[in-house]
Design a protein around this ligand. Structure first.
Ligand code: GLU
Length: 198
């Protein structure tokens, strides 16, 4: 059983996410990842192994962006995931967050999407290129697909969730909407709030 986290607020986003991930460690996981909106861009890191591996990759790769100290917005957002693989091997490519073709939509998934193969086939027919074997990636592409029709993130996510079968919780981060996170769940336990001072 893995865990997902979304945070939007004034605190240093990556700190909150890493703290949240470490609270979820007891549930077990094989890989971990996160995506943080700095205001200008979305930085992601995904690694196989424990959180120490993720932290090392971040300190090696994120310094150039100064993302560990600076955000260009007062309120920033991020999502994170500890994965317990159910669909697709334990590889970096299968580690969450997953994105759409344009790297705009970032998604973390807890649970299982039972109709992921049908969705994948339909989206591939539509021209989507997949980079992983997971049941999570089709969600990002499906949101992308609906965004073409409605140009409204909430509505695109709503339409996407209606098409998903299974038990799951997701959090969605949009590169084009730095002040928005959308979460949805079906038949999945909802867990924690990380309040100030906790
Ligand atoms: N089914 C997803 C995967 O295999 C998420 C598994 C989980 O809940 O960690 O990537």
């Amino acid at each position: 059983m893995c865990g997902i986290i979304g945070y939007i607020g004034p605190r240093q986003v990556h700190d909150v996410l890493l703290e949240g991930l470490s609270r979820l460690e007891y549930r077990g996981y094989d890989s971990a990842g996160l995506a943080v909106h700095t205001g200008d861009e979305v930085l992601t890191e995904r690694t196989v192994g424990n959180l120490a591996v993720l932290r090392r990759a971040m300190s090696a790769g994120w310094a150039a962006h100064d993302a560990t100290t600076t955000s260009t917005v007062d309120v920033a957002a991020g999502i994170a995931h500890t994965r317990w693989a159910t669909h697709g091997g334990v590889t970096e490519a299968n580690t969450h967050p997953h994105t759409d073709c344009g790297d705009r939509i970032h998604v973390v998934l807890n649970g299982i999407i039972e109709n992921h193969q049908e969705l994948r086939a339909r989206l591939a027919d539509d021209g989507c290129a997949f980079t992983s074997e997971t049941d999570a990636e089709p969600i990002a592409h499906l949101i992308e697909h609906h965004l073409r029709a409605v140009d409204d993130l909430h509505e695109a996510v709503r339409r996407t969730v209606l098409e998903l079968e299974g038990h799951f919780a997701i959090v969605v981060l949009d590169r084009d909407e730095p002040h928005t996170l959308i979460a949805a769940r079906r038949d999945c336990p909802l867990v924690v709030g990380l309040g100030d001072g906790e």
